[in-house]
Ligand binder design. Structure first.
Ligand SMILES: NC(=O)c1ccc[n+]([C@@H]2O[C@H](COP(=O)([O-])OP(=O)(O)OC[C@H]3O[C@@H](n4cnc5c(N)ncnc54)[C@H](OP(=O)(O)O)[C@@H]3O)[C@@H](O)[C@H]2O)c1
Length: 402
C-alpha cells in the first residue's frame, strides 16, 4: 500500500508544509521547485540537493531560501559556498551531507535523485516518518523490500510521482485491494517505438534522448527508448501497490494521455488522463491530500482526437522480459539489473557502447552473478557494487559487440 496506515499530519502546525527537494536541479526537481515557488504561503524550503550543478542550485536557493544547499560532489563545495556567500544559506557537500539534508525535519521530501545514489537519502527521509514524494524508481528496484519495510516501520508516507504510478494511486482503492484484478501501465513506446533492431543498433544518444512526449533527464530518456523504464516501473508498481508481477500488464499508448489504469474484478477499468506534463503528478504529491493548481495546458480530447493502444513488442524490446525475469528471480536480481543498466546507459551516453549493448550488459550481469538474498542495506550495497564492477569490466573489455 502506498500511503502508510498512519499518515502523518501533512503540514506543520502553522499550516505551512516544510519541504526538501533531493535532485532539485534535475527535470523532476526543477519542476518541483517551480511549483513550490508558485505557492510561497504554502511551502517553506528546508534543503535543496544536487550533484554538481552549482549555478542552478545556487539560483534556486536564492529564490527559495532553504536552510541548506548541498552538492553531493565535494569538488564543487567551494563554488557553492562562494555562490551563496552573504545569503545566510548554509552550503554543504558530500554523500553524508546529502543524507543529513534528508534527515532535517521537513514534512515532505521529493526523492528525485537519479539512480541508486538516491537510496540512502530516501531511506533517511522514510526513517523519520516523512511524506516522501517518490520519483526515484531505481531505489525501489534496487532495494524495494527493504525500503517498503522501513516506510511501514517508521510510519512514513510514500506518494508516487512517476506519472503512471501517480495515475494508479489516484484510481487504486487500497481498502479494496482484493477487488483489483490488474494494473495496466501505459508506455509511450519511446522514440524507437517503430524502429527495427538494425536501426536501433546504430542509434545515437541524441536520438535515444529525443522522447516524443516528455522532456526528461538523459538516463530515464534512454530507459524509455529501450523500454527498460517500463520494466523498472513494473517492479516499482509491485512494491508500491503490493501487486504480483502476473497482475501488471503493459500497454503501449503513443499519445501519453492515459497515464495508467486499474481494472477491478467487476470489469470496471479506472484510468487517470492528462496532458504529458510532470507538473501534474508532482502537484498531486506536493498538494496531497489536497489538490493544487498547475499552469500546464489542459487536456483537450477533441484536439487530441485519437488515442491509440498496442501491445509491446518483446522481441524488439527485451528489457521488459529482463525486468520481469529479475522480479521473478527475486533476491538481488533486481539490484543487479538496475546497477548493470545504470552502468550500461552511462556507457552508451558516453558513446562507449552501442544502444543494443545496454541489454547485453544487463542480461550478462543477471546471468553471471548470484541472486543472493538481501537481508539488509549492506547486502544491497554489495550486490549493487558487484554488478557495477561486472558491467564496467564488460564495457571496458569490449565484450559487447559494437
Ligand atoms: N524526468 C521525468 O520526467 C521523470 C518522470 C518519472 C520519473 N522520473 C525519475 O525521477 C528521477 C530523476 O529523474 P530526472 O529526469 O529528473 O533526472 P535528471 O534530470 O538527470 O536529474 C537528476 C537530479 O539528481 C541529481 N543527482 C544525480 N546524482 C546525484 C547524487 N549522487 N547525489 C545527489 N544528487 C544527485 C542531479 O544533480 P546535478 O544536476 O547536479 O547533476 C539532478 O538534480 C529518476 O529516478 C527518474 O527515473 C523522472
Amino acid at each position: 500500500m502506498v500511503v502508510s496506515v498512519t499518515p502523518r499530519h501533512p503540514t506543520g502546525g502553522d499550516g505551512i508544509r516544510s519541504v526538501t527537494v533531493l535532485g532539485s536541479t534535475g527535470s523532476v526537481g526543477s519542476n518541483t521547485v517551480e511549483l513550490i515557488e508558485a505557492y510561497p504561503d504554502r511551502y517553506r524550503t528546508v534543503a535543496l540537493v544536487a550533484r554538481r550543478n552549482v549555478a542552478a542550485l545556487a539560483a534556486q536557493a536564492r529564490r527559495l531560501r532553504p536552510e541548506v544547499a548541498v552538492v553531493a560532489d565535494e569538488a564543487h563545495y567551494a563554488d557553492l559556498k562562494d555562490a551563496l556567500a552573504g545569503t545566510g544559506i548554509a552550503a554543504a557537500a558530500g554523500p553524508a551531507a546529502v543524507v543529513e539534508a534528508a534527515q532535517r525535519p521537513a514534512d515532505w521530501v521529493m526523492a528525485a535523485i537519479v539512480g541508486a545514489a538516491g537510496l540512502e537519502p530516501t531511506l533517511a527521509a522514510a526513517r523519520r516518518g516523512a511524506i516522501v514524494a517518490f520519483a526515484n524508481k531505481e531505489c525501489l528496484v534496487c532495494a524495494g523490500e527493504l525500503l517498503m519495510a522501513e516506510v511501514r516501520r517508521h510510519g512514513a508516507t510514500l506518494l508516487p510521482v512517476d506519472s503512471e504510478h501517480s495515475a494508479i494511486f489516484q484510481v487504486f482503492d487500497p481498502e479494496r485491494r482484493p477487488a483489483v484484478s490488474r494494473l495496466i501501465l501505459t508506455a509511450s513506446g519511446g522514440p524507437f517505438r517503430t524502429w527495427t533492431r538494425e536501426r536501433m543498433a546504430a542509434a545515437t544518444p541524441k536520438e535515444a534522448c529525443a522522447h516524443p512526449n516528455w522532456t526528461m533527464g538523459a538516463k530515464i530518456s534512454v530507459d524509455s527508448a529501450s523500454m527498460m523504464n517500463k520494466g523498472l516501473e513494473i517492479i516499482e508498481a509491485c512494491h508500491l501497490f503490493g501487486m504480483p508481477d502476473g497482475q501488471i500488464d503493459v500497454l503501449v499508448h503513443p499519445q501519453s494521455v492515459v497515464h495508467s489504469m486499474v481494472e477491478y474484478v467487476d470489469g470496471s477499468v479506472l484510468a487517470q488522463l492528462g496532458t504529458p506534463d510532470m507538473r501534474t503528478p508532482i502537484a498531486v504529491a506536493l498538494g496531497w491530500p489536497d489538490r493544487i493548481a498547475t499552469p500546464g495546458a489542459r487536456l483537450d480530447l477533441i484536439r487530441s482526437s485519437r488515442l491509440e493502444f498496442e501491445a509491446p513488442d518483446p522481441l524488439r524490446f527485451p528489457a521488459l522480459r529482463l525486468a520481469r525475469h529479475a522480479l521473478q528471480c527475486g533476491g538481488a536480481a533486481p539490484t543487479l539489473l538496475n546497477a548493470a543498466n545504470e552502468v550500461a546507459v552511462q556507457a552508451f551516453l558516453e558513446e562507449r557502447i552501442g544502444f543494443l549493448d545496454i541489454e547485453r550488459v544487463v542480461e550478462a550481469t543477471l546471468a553471471s552473478l548470484p541472486h543472493s538474498e538481501l537481508n539488509d542495506l549492506d547486502d544491497v550495497r554489495t550486490a549493487d557494487a558487484d554488478a557495477r564492477r561486472f558491467a564496467s569490466e564488460m564495457v571496458a573489455a569490449g565484450r559487447v559487440s559494437r
